[in-house]
Design a protein around this ligand. Structure first.
Ligand code: IMP
Length: 425
């Protein structure tokens, strides 16, 4: 049975939530594998909008079990709020939501440190983090002073671990102008969170291995996007985890040999939130227009997203580092009204044309995009049900993207609702 990974092929916000929700009805397990409440997966159904930050987007399909894998960093307070919010709209997470006992915990001091450090950075060095404590929680994980979800269930060892972590953290908070934290400020709250989350916390690695052995359908849901990957993204303007397909394996315990489909999700244009290079960014009225029509404001922070043309140099790089074998293009309808549309096909760096994605972030800041221009289709694509029904200009645009990237097109999304999706054979 398929083990699919759904990956953001750009800088996040490609519309993964909708695609995961759509695929979930045929999926036994939907598993989040990295990131934390920095993500915001927007789902629109029955005329309502719902944003999930931690719980996998499969939660609204009754037959689907949702797993938060070991690679995720979990803010227990946010998770409990989200469980309640999901319950309010009629889905019951108890028994259907399972949380890895080895996933790391985001504590209030991680958030305080994230914000203090970001505030202390000069304008040039600011990353523009979501302030959700993601970076410091992963730092504590790798420094081996983090708490795991299983620690929330053991008050004595939790006290010792928090005290130890605070020795370092308070020095840093002080250094960066943040307020220091005492163990007593967080311990009781975390004990209470642990008690409430106890029924959800389990060995999800074992569960997923059993699911693999009984041929279950599994979908691994990435957060953020390939170009925000800690190793392969535009460092240091990245998140602190691995949204790429390798991260799907380390973040769940599912081996690489089990993956059958690696699905990259890209918008028909490109956006980025936060700082960092973005070669095809549009700084003019057109960028603002795309932002307005596409509703390009962060689902987690509400920040306006930077908008630009689709960048095929970056997309091809994302396809390669992930081993993508399927492509989904979303938000095509946002370009419906334009007279002409562009795709970035190369960069100019120091007078030379290059077609590879530079790993040196300073070089990437300096490149000039080289575009191919297409005639716009200037007609609504909403409600179209087959590829053949698209205006020829839109077909040419979609075909050009897939042929450049060398990955077959699997789905096209022409609107926020699940029904506004075309599947290709
Ligand atoms: P952090 O993940 O909060 O540490 O933020 C690091 C960078 O990743 C910042 O540029 C954020 O704007 C960006 N980022 C984090 N989560 C998302 C997301 O879900 N979508 C888009 N960008 C994100």
């Amino acid at each position: 049975m398929p083990v699919r990974v759904v990956i953001g092929a750009q800088w996040g916000d490609e519309g993964k939530g909708k695609i995961v929700a759509l695929l979930s009805n045929k999926t036994n397990y939907v598993v989040r594998y990295q990131g934390g409440a920095n993500a915001g997966h927007t789902l629109k159904f029955d005329g309502k909008t719902f944003v999930l930050h931690l719980i996998p987007s499969g939660i609204f399909h009754e037959g689907t079990t949702c797993v938060i894998g070991n690679g995720v960093v979990i803010d227990p307070i946010k998770l409990l709020e989200e469980i309640e919010a999901v319950r309010k709209v009629g889905a019951e997470p108890m028994g259907r939501l399972l949380v890895s006992e080895t996933a790391h915990v985001i504590l209030p001091y991680h958030k305080a440190l994230d914000q203090a450090r970001e505030n202390a950075r000069s304008e040039v060095l600011k990353i523009g983090t979501t302030g959700r404590g993601i970076g410091p929680a992963y730092v504590h994980k790798t420094a081996r002073i983090g708490l795991r979800m299983m620690d929330l269930l053991d008050a004595k060892s939790m006290r010792e671990k928090i005290e130890y972590a605070l020795d370092d953290t308070n020095v840093l908070l002080d250094l960066h102008g943040g307020e220091t934290v005492q163990t007593s400020d967080v311990l009781q709250q975390m004990i209470e969170c642990g008690e409430k989350l106890r029924p959800y916390i389990t060995n999800t690695t074992q569960l997923l291995h059993e699911a693999l052995e009984s041929d279950k359908d599994i979908l691994l849901e990435g957060a953020q996007g390939a170009l925000l990957d800690l190793d392969h993204g535009t460092y240091p303007f990245v998140t602190s985890s691995s949204p790429t397909s390798g991260g799907a394996c380390t973040g769940t315990g599912i081996p690489p040999t089990a993956l059958t489909h690696v699905m990259g999700i890209t918008k028909a244009y490109c956006t980025r939130v936060g700082n960092g290079p973005f070669p095809t960014e549009l700084h003019d009225d057109l960028g603002a227009e795309i932002r307005k029509i596409g509703g390009e404001f962060g689902a987690t922070t509400g920040r306006p997203r930077r908008c630009g043309w689709i960048d095929l140099v970056a997309l091809k790089y994302a396809a390669r580092i992930n081993g993508m074998n399927e492509l989904t293009i979303t938000k095509l309808d946002v370009l419906d009204h334009l007279e002409e549309v562009k795709i970035g096909v190369a960069y100019k760096l120091d007078g030379k044309i290059i077609t590879h994605f530079p790993l040196n972030t300073n070089d990437l800041e300096r490149v000039e995009p080289v575009y191919e221009t297409f005639k716009g289709w200037q007609t609504s694509t909403n409600g179209i049900k087959t590829f053949e029904e698209f205006p020829t200009q839109a077909q040419d645009f979609l075909n050009a993207i897939c042929s450049y990237v060398g990955v077959p097109l699997k789905m096209i999304s022409t609107g926020p609702d699940r029904s506004e999706t075309i599947r290709l054979n």
